[in-house]
Design a protein around this ligand. Structure first.
Ligand code: SAM
Ligand code: SF4
Ligand code: SF4
Length: 340
């Protein structure tokens, strides 16, 4: 039974974080030396994740994206996907990954039923990749993208966070690389979300600047359609190459946002910027079934008024959302716990 929030937005998309652990340390997401991790017993089992997804599907969710932390660190991921596939209402299971472990797992993920994969990749230069992520893993990520192409995955995306004076000279190289990999590149504005403790407006490359740079080097582009609940604006270059820009920092689009997020320990957030979530693990572990959970979720969603990114734009002074002390006290405020 579909449910609308206070701004008449349906519940359409679920981002499910399956782990808070990661094998990279991207400076815009996990810049600190130490982190407070979720306790292992708190992390949901496959059976619990399945009940949660079934509950959301009862309320109109048709697309689930598995994320993290790094979702491919969870060895039982293919099994989870097989379990979720059993729900006929679920039309699309996607994954967002840093790609490091993808080459080895892509075939099994496809066989299990993953429809689409988004790979996060911020630089094509090994030294820069290391500087950005603190790991030497660029060749593995490229092998992962090649595996997706060979296996015939469609609608693959490459997500790049653009950082001023760090990787903003690689936009054109990334567009060419995406075309080679049969993947659509999307440039993401650096966001002042939890985890981004070093954020400042000076490091942001805006959508307007990104488009200007692309146009100055590759010529005019045509805007494709209007943004709907998808976060990216899409553009087509003269040679037919399509790329996207996600402008959550300078030009957000909360009015059509149908996304929910769940942390690996079963806390539900109705906005990326929300400070408080709702604990779904306790009812889940006390035996509430998918129908019962759907009632709780429906009641929560119908009260939703979130428009976090738009409120950030309206602020006169803008700096990092949280400091590292706040994040240590509540790891669910972290981007790597909430799933991005
Ligand atoms: N580890 C996986 C990955 O990197 O694809 C999945 C989780 S990660 C938190 C999901 C997405 O969030 C990635 O594409 C990452 O680039 C993005 N992200 C993290 N911190 C961000 C920030 N401060 N601004 C913009 N995007 C960010
Ligand atoms: Fe990077 Fe994703 Fe890991 Fe964050 S969760 S550090 S974005 S790979
Ligand atoms: Fe949706 Fe919140 Fe992001 Fe706005 S800031 S698009 S309401 S998740």
């Amino acid at each position: 039974m579909p449910v609308l929030d206070r701004h008449q937005r349906p519940l359409g998309n679920l981002r499910l974080s399956v782990t808070d652990r990661c094998n990279l340390r991207c400076g815009y997401c996990m810049p600190e030396e130490n982190y407070t991790w979720l306790e292992r017993p708190e992390v949901l089992t496959l059976a619990e994740l399945k009940v949660l997804v079934d509950a959301f599907c009862l309320l109109g969710v048709r697309k689930v994206r598995l994320t993290g932390g790094e979702p491919l660190l969870r060895g039982d991921l293919p099994e989870l996907i097989r379990m979720l596939k059993a729900n006929e209402n679920l039309e699309d299971i996607a994954i967002t990954t840093n790609g490091v472990l993808l080459a080895a797992q892509a075939a099994e993920l496809k066989a299990a039923g993953v429809g689409r994969v988004t790979v996060s990749l911020d630089s094509l230069r090994p030294d820069r990749f290391y500087g950005l992520s603190k790991r030497n893993a660029l060749s593995k990520v490229i092998a992962g993208l090649e595996a997706l192409k060979e296996l015939g995955f469609e609608k693959t995306k490459i997500d790049t966070v653009v950082l001023k004076d760090v990787n903003d000279d690689e936009l054109i190289d990334l567009i060419h690389f995406g075309r080679e990999m049969q993947a659509q590149v999307r440039f993401i504005e650096y966001m002042d979300v939890g985890g981004a403790t070093r954020w400042s407006m000076d490091s942001v490359v805006s959508k307007a600047e990104i488009l200007e740079r692309v146009e100055s080097q590759l010529g005019p582009y045509e805007k494709l359609g209007e943004r709907n609940s998808a976060p990216a604006d899409r553009y087509r270059l003269a040679d037919g190459t399509v790329f996207g820009v996600i402008s959550s920092t300078t030009d957000p689009f909360c009015s059509a946002c149908d996304r929910s997020r769940i942390t690996a320990d079963g806390n539900w957030y109705t906005c990326l910027y929300a400070q408080k979530g709702r604990d779904l693990r306790t009812p889940l572990r006390s035996g509430v079934d998918a129908e019962g959970l759907a009632e709780l979720i429906s009641a929560g969603w119908s009260l939703r008024t979130d428009r976090g990114a738009e409120e950030r734009v309206e602020m006169a002074e803008r700096s990092a959302l949280f400091d590292s002390e706040q994040l240590r006290k509540d790891p669910r405020l972290e981007m790597h716990t909430r799933g991005g």
